[in-house]
Each structure stands twice: as structure tokens, then as C-alpha cells.
Design a protein around this ligand. Structure first.
Ligand SMILES: Cc1cc2nc3c(=O)[nH]c(=O)nc-3n(C[C@H](O)[C@H](O)[C@H](O)COP(=O)(O)O)c2cc1C
Length: 186
């Protein structure tokens, strides 16, 4: 049996990126704990055809490939930088090209980064309702990180690591078998 697939999508063009680093950290911990095969993408991986696409068929093969990965994931980690109190327009445009049924019932970990703490609730007020539209299972713990949670673009704060650990633990409700199998192998 092949390993369940975890896909991360970071809604940032920047490299290096705090959002990418956060998604990568969550993805690696979850994969270590549940045996997922994981891939993490950013908006560079989606490429420039996204901005001009009015529908999915206008995307080039590279961008279509990333969307195919997102919709075929067994578990998704979404990460967004905060722009003006919400997610960036281009990230929303990517999500707009996904059909309503394609994320239905998918477990999704929602994460975001911002410069400070003022918009920490954007995970609850912006990202959670967006994926609620798709009738996805957003996990109860959402992860928001600000500049001070990172050192050289790496997760470095104890409270953030604790929260990451918490949300990864919540995945056990969806993958109880993986936990049992990995524990038995240790
Ligand atoms: C156009 C723009 C708008 C921003 N608006 C906010 C904001 O409203 N609140 C906030 O906390 N940070 C804001 N920021 C800061 C970014 O959210 C923050 O630096 C983020 O971690 C960048 O992520 P990245 O390193 O993955 O690109 C903004 C940055 C830009 C470029």
C-alpha cells in the first residue's frame, strides 16, 4: 500500500519565505509521525500563467500540475502570508480555480504568517471560512506565526513549535492506522 500523500501550498512568491518554512515544518513533522509522502509548493512553483488565467484551462502544464497535486492530496497544508489583513489576491485566485467539490471532506491544516500579531485571527476570519466553502475538514488548531517566531527563516519559537505539534496531533483522527503502524515499527 502506498503512503498517503500530504501536499503543502504556501501562498508566497518570496524565496526564502517564512510561510514556506512554516508549511515545510508542519509537513515534515506530520510526515515523520504518520508516514506521509510529502510535497510542498509555493507560488513560484505555480508560475506566471496563474495571473493571466481566467479559468483552469488557461493555466500552463506547470500550474495545472500543482493544482492536480493539491486536489489529489490526502491531507493538505495551506499557508498564506497576511496581506492587508487577509490572504494575497493571487493566492485566492489559485484557490478560485479549484472546483467546489474537489476539496470536499479533505483534512486541511490552515497556517499563516504576518509581520506582527495584529492580524493573528486572519486564520479564523479569512482562511477557515474560505475552506468552509469547500466543505473541507479544517483542523481545529490553526497556526499563525509572526516575524519574531522565526530566525533566519526557520521556526525558532517554543510557542509556535507547541502549536505545530498540537495541530499535527489532531491529524490522528483522520489517520489512526498510520499512527498504529508507525508505533509498531519503532
Ligand atoms: C503587501 C503586503 C501587505 C502586508 N500586510 C500585512 C498585514 O496586514 N498584517 C501583517 O501582520 N503583515 C502584513 N504584511 C507582512 C507579511 O505578511 C509578512 O512579512 C509575511 O510573513 C511574509 O511572508 P513570506 O516571508 O512567506 O513572504 C504585509 C506584507 C506585504 C508585502
Amino acid at each position: 500500500m502506498s503512503a498517503p500523500k500530504l501536499v503543502g501550498i504556501a501562498g508566497s512568491f518570496n524565496r526564502p519565505s517564512k510561510t514556506y518554512s512554516l508549511v515545510r515544518t508542519v509537513a515534515d513533522l506530520a510526515s515523520q509521525r504518520y508516514g506521509f509522502a510529502n510535497k510542498v509548493y509555493d507560488l513560484h512553483d505555480v508560475g506566471v500563467s496563474l495571473g493571466a488565467a481566467q479559468s483552469r484551462k488557461d493555466l500552463d502544464e506547470q500550474a495545472k500540475g500543482v493544482i492536480d497535486e493539491i486536489v489529489s492530496a490526502d491531507v493538505l497544508i495551506v499557508g498564506s502570508p497576511t496581506f492587508k489583513g487577509s490572504y494575497p489576491g493571487l493566492f485566492k485566485h489559485l484557490i478560485d480555480l479549484i472546483d467546489p467539490h474537489e476539496l470536499r471532506a479533505k483534512p486541511i491544516i490552515i497556517t499563516a504568517t504576518g509581520g506582527g500579531d495584529r492580524h493573528a485571527l486572519m486564520v479564523e476570519h479569512q482562511l477557515r471560512p474560505l475552506f468552509g466553502f469547500f466543505m473541507a475538514h479544517t483542523l481545529p488548531t490553526a497556526v499563525y506565526a509572526s516575524d519574531r517566531d522565526f530566525t533566519d527563516y526557520k521556526v525558532s519559537s517554543e510557542p509556535l513549535s507547541h502549536r505545530i505539534n498540537e495541530v499535527v496531533g489532531e491529524l490522528a483522527a483522520f489517520f489512526p492506522h498510520s499512527v498504529t503502524v508507525l508505533a509498531a515499527a519503532e
